[in-house]
Design a protein around this ligand. Sequence first.
Ligand SMILES: *Cc1c(COP(=O)(O)O)cnc(C)c1O
Length: 460
Amino acid sequence: MKSFIKKSWAEPYKMKMVELLKMTTPQQRKKALAEAGYNTFLLRSEDVYIDLLTDSGTSAMSDQQWAGMMMGDEAYAGSRNFYHLEEVVKDIYGYKYLIPTHQGRGAENILSKILIKKGDIIPGNMYFTTTRLHQELAGGKFEDIIIDEAHDPENEFPFKGNVDLSKLEKLVKKYGSKKIPYVSIATSVNMAGGQPISIKNLKELRAFTKKHGIPIIHDMTRVAENAHFIQQKETGYHDKPIREIVKEICSLTDGATMSAKKDALVNIGGFLAVNDWNVFEEARNLVVVYEGLHTYGGLAGRDMEAMAIGIGESVSDNHIHARVGQVIYLGEKMMEYGVPIVKPIGGHGIFVDAKKFLPHISQDNFPAQTLAAEVYLDSGVRTMERGIVSAGRKANGENYYPKLELVRFTIPRRVYTQAHMDVIAESTARVFEHRHKIKGLKMIYEPKYLRFFQARFEKI
Ligand SMILES: *Cc1c(COP(=O)(O)O)cnc(C)c1O
């Protein structure tokens, strides 16, 4: 007999140590927010109750990882932990050669310097801030080849991280394959809201690039979360373990940069991994200049050990099911309250549509910045703006007016409980209830670069 009782998932771990949170009063939050110039980046973390600013470096490590920290072999060269990490990367991801780096951007810097020449074109499935900047600094130009659906928050296509091959074909025709050193492919596309790419699309891309002799470099920062969506939504993958799917994704690419601060459950670390010996040789030379010797790349032995163990934990089906499950739980709860969010729900956070949430506030009065401030005022939950403030100004001084005006609620891994998710959804819903009374902000201080970090605002 089929049972009609819901089968819930639960966290595949229990708590051994807790960190006490400071609970604040509305008066305290009002004061803290005014002092921070209505910018959540300028709040002290001590004044925050639930911190959803980012999922980067904010994971909780397991007891195994902490035990690994005690096994750090802090030798300058040839640390045991390096060889362990190398073995794990080969075993789980399948890449042949490993260069550890202090974090993801360290790997991006080295790789871009090796592969990109001035005037080169690097097609990719949507840009990421540091990735694109390193490509540009190396003399290249990024070209977006993600499918159009990725730019539409209403579109519920399940694989919004997919590449539009016709866009890539146009670039190959226009510039020639010699001008394209590699295609840059992210799994769980961050800037699109953690949207996955399908194996089918990746296989088609592999076939196309093979024909033209163009390698694929994989930004594998959130590869396990991407594998979860393939398992849940792609035909033929329902019974495949996450571990196998992750390996299949990697096998369709030629090398990877990794920010281990995300998927791999550590607070710091990253790496470059490649299959080509010549690229490895050059990377091994360059890493000494920018990061440290090729067997530590700016990391302590203990950091590499925690990363090696974290990678193993990150591809467990139970872990990833609970991780993405928690994000989906929060998103569905918000939708029940009528809060407008980007769909489908991605792997690492919920993106609230501030244009729809506060339609009476013009983009010049910063709807997403305002909403992030209001959520903090209501409950001490810290989120971040991804809209006109983040978009910045063009070279001629005019503001960019991005189509999307979003507030990002990013969920750290293994840190918060389902009850925290309830508090977050309820707080957002309370703000939604009195949305008509909310007024926008005006900017009173604007830094020259990456203004969203340090800009200050006042209520109008
Ligand atoms: C975080 C991130 C990076 C950069 O990694 P860092 O560890 O922050 O230097 C690169 N790509 C993506 C998709 C990221 O999310």
